[in-house]
Design a protein around this ligand. Structure first.
Ligand code: ZN
Length: 331
């Protein structure tokens, strides 16, 4: 078996939540990410699909949500992504703690993990999220969106996901097949049921890490849980090679599916977590100009013909804009 080109890291993370308006307000206004695509769930077009990212929708920065109204809270457990962490510039956690106080966001005590400082908090849908301070230099591939949060504190794409697994071994082998290298193991602190957190690293710098924690605690999908995590396979060729490696490892990947802004292959990994392989192109600016991203409801492919019916079935939402909030501010 030939070795596939290693994944550079996480491509996007897709989550389940229960309040479309609350989701937009929090991820755009409080956390300062840019809405780069407003669309519908391609398997359930009566539900929105929101994509929040950096200013240009760089691979490794997009957090996406299916907001099912009135859905009850899920429970994080074995077979799930238990934590999603984002990179923020060194020295910015004080800004974030103050911002969370102002916005009434529940957050935890800072943690030290693999020599980095982590600030855990929850989004309004109940999703556990973390900010991790990292060095961000001029070469960084991410482009900060500074409409609500200044560049000195702006989120710069994913840092990591943490997987909770009943038996971590087969998943760890899979991560190695995908091109991750084991960094080390340390005692888990604060937020986790297991004793040990093992870190795997890809080339990065964005979305470089996957942490693995053994746990037998059962989970349940619902609001505040992760639906799947996607890893970058930049080209179709990279993806085909990775798909074949995953298949050879004994898993059952789907055929390539056209997700309009990227092309995807899905499989459930050994521990039960839904993994996706996603190409870097065509990208979020392939069907609307960069400056207008997220400005309108985009209905890919055959869904455009059903626009009227789909728009009628979706709840009304207002996307926070800096102009709007500036109107009420002193400056
Ligand atoms: Zn996905």
């Amino acid at each position: 078996m030939s070795t596939p080109p290693p994944t550079p890291g996480i491509h996007h993370v897709t989550c389940i939540t229960n309040d479309p308006q609350g989701n937009l307000d929090f991820w755009i206004e409080t956390l300062g990410l840019r809405l780069v695509k407003r669309s519908v769930n391609q398997d359930d077009p009566g539900t929105y699909h929101f994509f929040f990212a950096d200013a240009e929708g760089t691979p490794g920065t997009s957090m996406t949500f299916f907001p099912w109204e009135d859905l009850s809270r899920g429970k994080v457990g074995s077979g799930q992504v238990s934590r999603t962490a984002f990179r923020v510039p060194e020295g910015s956690l004080g800004y974030w703690e103050e911002r969370f106080e102002e916005h009434g966001v529940e957050y935890g005590d800072r943690l030290e993990r693999f020599g980095e400082t982590v600030l855990p908090f929850e989004d309004p849908g109940g999703l556990p999220v973390e900010l991790v301070e990292v060095e961000v230099d001029e070469e960084d591939p991410t482009v900060p969106w500074t409409a609500f949060v200044p560049e000195s504190a702006a989120i710069r794409g994913f840092h990591s996901v943490t997987l909770w697994l009943g038996d971590p071994d087969p998943t760890q082998d899979l991560l190695r097949t995908m091109g991750f290298e084991e960094v080390g193991t340390e005692r888990a602190e604060g937020d986790t049921p297991g004793d040990e957190r093992t870190r795997f690293a890809a080339a990065g710098p964005v979305g470089a890490y996957v942490d693995v924690l053994p746990t037998i605690e059962g989970g349940r999908q619902g609001s505040g849980t992760v639906h799947h995590v996607a890893f970058q396979t930049p080209t179709d060729e990279d993806q085909a090679a990775m798909r074949e490696a995953v298949r050879s490892a004994g898993l059952r990947p789907t055929e390539q599916i056209d997700r309009h802004w990227f092309r995807s292959v899905y499989f459930r990994e050994f521990g039960g977590v839904l993994f996706e392989l996603a190409t870097n192109g065509p990208g979020y600016d392939s069907d609307e100009p960069l400056e207008d991203l997220g400005g309108r409801l985009v209905l890919p492919g055959e869904f455009e013909a059903r626009r009227e019916e789909i728009e009628r079935s979706l709840p009304d939402v207002a996307v926070p804009s800096p102009e709007q909030s500036a109107a009420g501010a002193d400056d």
